[in-house]
Design a protein. Structure first.
Length: 95
């Protein structure tokens, strides 16, 4: 299953996945707000998003990471903030 760094070109695939993620946690938002949030993250580069696709190229899930500093390790690290796999893709090793 290919996992690639998401770009603004993936927004059409990321928006429904992220909306599903928000619905799972019972905080649904309008699709326009989801698109704006994700587009801002991608354009600003203040988060790293990855998208998983099946062999047909269909989006199956995403992960969003935020950079931070690990003081005890004196090193940069990543916070895994959001992870979601579409219902129809679960239990197939996407996560």
């Amino acid at each position: 299953m290919p996992v690639v760094t998401a770009t603004v070109q993936e927004l059409d695939d990321l928006v429904p996945l992220f909306a599903g993620y928000l619905a799972f946690y019972q905080v649904p938002k309008p699709l326009e707000a989801v698109r704006e949030f994700l587009q801002t993250r991608l354009v600003k580069g203040d988060a790293q998003l990855f998208i998983a696709r099946d062999e047909r190229g269909e989006a199956q899930g995403f992960v969003q990471l935020y950079p931070l500093q690990a003081s005890l390790a004196l090193a940069s690290s990543w916070l895994l903030s959001d992870l979601y796999v579409a219902v129809n893709a679960r239990r197939q090793g996407v996560a």
